[in-house]
Design a protein around this ligand. Structure first.
Ligand code: GLA
Ligand code: ZN
Length: 682
């Protein structure tokens, strides 16, 4: 079968439909375990994530093991044609292990986490690491050859603990000091210079003096964040090595927003495919449009991490997530529309938290496909089963590309650098800026991938660099390569502030980007009150007439670039606000101020035109999600209406229903919460 990309599970040309399944919570009710397997088949489930929190059931004591119940789960699911994404159970450790204080995270106040809870391990604990490696290895040895095994789900939502799981125990702090020694080549003076630790007399005379508790030292706090992130990477590698000692099946770990706990790009490079847990804030109000746009932003983050390849929606709620202020039910059809939106965004499946809700414990009210042992002929089950039938018909979409001509750089090192730095804190954080820019493409049906600053940018026709404050080594060269390849590149004034240690960039903002932009160093930046705005004079129609600067106004100097908008007010009237510069085969743009979203959308639409990017439909009604996925010789058009009111969408002639084969009209009438998938030869 010719597909753009191989499926996430090799050889499986089938959309995955599944979810977290915790049978160890129902071992005393064998009739329900039989019912689970039967109903999974009826719901078109193809992949259950098993074992995520099963450590105590698998290893009830330090030297006792019980795999019999899991063997039976494998057998029961296999008999119904359901595959298994087998989890390593490291996210929650059994009490017998937690009794040993060293395995429990030390909080920043020096106290240890209590036993219980989850995610609260100390990742440098030798006892914990050995125990994780052992149980992972035993699972891999036992199930590597099982025909129902689809792949591995490492741990659960790394970073999802209090203080993002950072441990302040003496061993972790010593590990941090050793990490710094290696980073600075054992040269303490180099560290002192890089961090300017002479500030407030904080110079270090000994590596042992370095403790992550001085919030006045920006370089230190950034380094601590990075070390904690590297520790997540280290655990992923530890678990991967244990699995790989016996199994070659694909490996993933489920990521979750806001994705600033660790460097997801570094972890993604260790995985065979990336996966994401998504719980949008849907409450039936007009704010749902924001939630849908945010979910689509994270789809773009997954595509960025996957280098454009498909990924997997690992968790979502078929009903009402428990952790929302108002547990509003999803209206009929909404689950399908939201799920298909992720497929449109590149997910080759839809999975849930969870299959059957637990009888007790903290998440007993969390929506699931089945609620405890209640009757199963429910609306939620029916909608899940209907979606399962739809997904079964969408096998042709597996491996299809999301043609993404736009790359938006969203880099966690910039998020951390802005967070640890004082000053300019009223302006939006990098991820918020990235989301605002992404939304302008989302509304036009254009896939925009969110990529980190270490990524190759030459596959994009348009590169947007919003709030990339910290310049990673080689980042300027990657921008230059994109320009050399002919891209349009837009850089904003919150980019190019810091070197890789969060020190102000040499020679002034935007450092090495200035030459690429045809600019000299910026002189000053004005920050406006929230009730202030500064009018702009625009030329060439790149911004709408009547556009204003909001937020900040950068005062830059031209050094080869031309001005296409300038400030029309304030003492800096006449200074450039938007510039353009030809560099290589491409064009670089600099936006010195923030814009209201309509003006930003106008600018990005013009830049997309200049980059030769065509949206899939000329006109998309507000609130409707439209995306294309492409296979060799075939196109799929997803048209989804996640809002209560009916809409009409002109799609043009030649499409047929991907779920039913019928020819489709050129204008679709979509009821509220209705979704259509169309197809035609490419
Ligand atoms: C996360 C976790 C799950 C569960 C759900 C509830 O995504 O991974 O174990 O707690 O949240 O929304
Ligand atoms: Zn520790």
């Amino acid at each position: 079968m010719a597909t753009s990309f191989p499926p996430v599970v090799p050889g499986r040309f089938q959309m995955l439909h599944g979810g977290d399944y915790n049978p160890e919570q129902w071992r005393h009710r064998p009739e329900l375990l039989d019912e689970d397997a039967r109903l999974m088949r009826r719901a078109g489930m193809t992949a259950a994530s098993v074992g995520i929190f099963s450590w105590a059931a698998l290893q009830p004591g330090p030297d006792s093991w019980d795999f019999a119940w899991l063997d039976a789960v494998f057998a029961r699911l296999q008999a119904q044609g359901v595959g298994i994404l087998l989890a390593t159970p490291s996210a929650a450790r059994p009490l017998w292990l937690a009794e040993d204080a060293e395995v429990r995270r030390m909080r920043s106040d020096g106290t240890r986490e209590d036993p219980g809870g989850r995610h609260s391990f100390c990742a440098t604990s030798p006892r914990w690491r050995a125990a994780v490696a052992e149980i992972d290895r035993r699972l891999a040895e036992r199930y590597a050859g099982h025909p129902a095994l689809l792949g591995w789900h490492i741990s659960n939502e790394f970073g999802g603990a209090a203080e993002n799981g950072r441990c302040h125990c003496p061993r972790c702090i010593a590990g941090f000091q050793g990490w710094l020694r290696r980073r600075f080549g054992d040269d303490l003076d180099a560290l002192n210079r890089a961090w300017n630790s002479a500030f407030w007399s904080h110079s270090y005379q000994d590596w042992a003096q370095i403790r992550p508790c001085d919030r006045s030292n920006d370089g230190l706090m950034l380094a601590w964040q990075r070390w904690c992130s590297d520790l997540v990477l280290d655990v992923v590698r530890l678990e991967k090595a244990a699995i790989r000692s016996a199994s070659a099946a694909p490996i993933t770990t489920n990521m979750h927003g806001p994705m600033d706990f660790y460097d997801h790009g570094a972890v993604a490079r260790e995985l065979d495919f990336v996966s994401y847990d998504c719980y949008p804030d849907i409450d039936g109000s007009p704010r749902d449009a924001e939630a849908v746009a945010a979910a689509s932003f994270y789809d773009g983050c997954m595509r960025g991490l996957a280098g454009g390849r498909p990924w997997l929606l690992m968790e979502s709620c078929p009903s009402q997530p428990q952790y929302k202020p108002r547990m509003r039910l999803k209206r009929p059809g909404m689950h399908r529309a939201l799920s298909l939106a992720h497929v449109a965004g590149g997910s080759d499946g839809v999975c849930y938290f969870q299959w059957r809700a637990g009888s007790n414990g903290h998440e007993k009210h969390h929506g699931a496909v089945l609620m405890q042992d209640a009757p199963t002929d429910t609306r939620v089950f029916r909608e899940v089963a209907e979606l399962g039938a739809d997904l079964a018909r969408l096998g042709g979409v597996v491996g299809a590309a999301c043609p993404a001509p736009v790359g938006i750089v969203c880099d966690v090192h910039s998020t951390w650098a802005r967070r640890v730095s004082g000053g300019f804190q009223g302006e939006p954080a990098p991820a918020e800026l990235a989301m605002t820019h992404h939304r302008c493409f989302h509304e036009r049906g254009i896939h925009a991938d969110l990529v980190d600053a270490d990524s190759d940018l030459t596959r994009f026709a348009l590169v947007v660099v919003p709030g990339v404050a910290l310049l990673r080594p080689g980042f300027a060269a990657r921008i230059e390569a994109a320009l050399a390849a002919g891209a349009q590149v837009l850089v904003d004034a919150l980019s190019g502030w810091y070197d890789d240690e969060a020190a102000i960039v040499a020679g002034g903002r935007p450092g090495p980007l200035a030459g690429l932009l045809g600019l000299g160093a910026s002189e000053e930046m004005d920050v406006l009150r929230t009730d202030e705005r500064v009018a702009l004079t625009v030329t060439g129609g790149w911004l709408p007439a009547g556009t204003h600067a909001i937020g900040h106004c950068d005062l830059m100097r031209l050094a080869g670039a031309e001005a296409l908008a300038s400030y029309a007010g304030e003492f800096y009237a006449g200074r450039p606000a938007l510039t353009r510069h030809r560099h290589g085969a491409g064009t670089s743009w600099y936006l010195g101020c923030r814009l209201e979203r309509p003006a930003l959308a106008h600018l990005l639409a013009r830049l997309a035109d200049a980059a030769g990017i065509r949206p899939p439909l000329p006109e998309i009604p507000a609130g409707v999600v439209v995306r294309e996925r492409i296979q060799p010789g075939r196109r799929y058009l997803f048209v989804l209406n996640p809002q209560p009111q009916a809409v009409q969408v002109g799609v043009g002639p030649g499409w047929s229903d991907a779920l039913g084969e019928a020819a489709m009209p050129a204008t679709l009438d979509l009821a509220g919460h209705q979704a259509q998938v169309l197809t035609r030869p490419a």
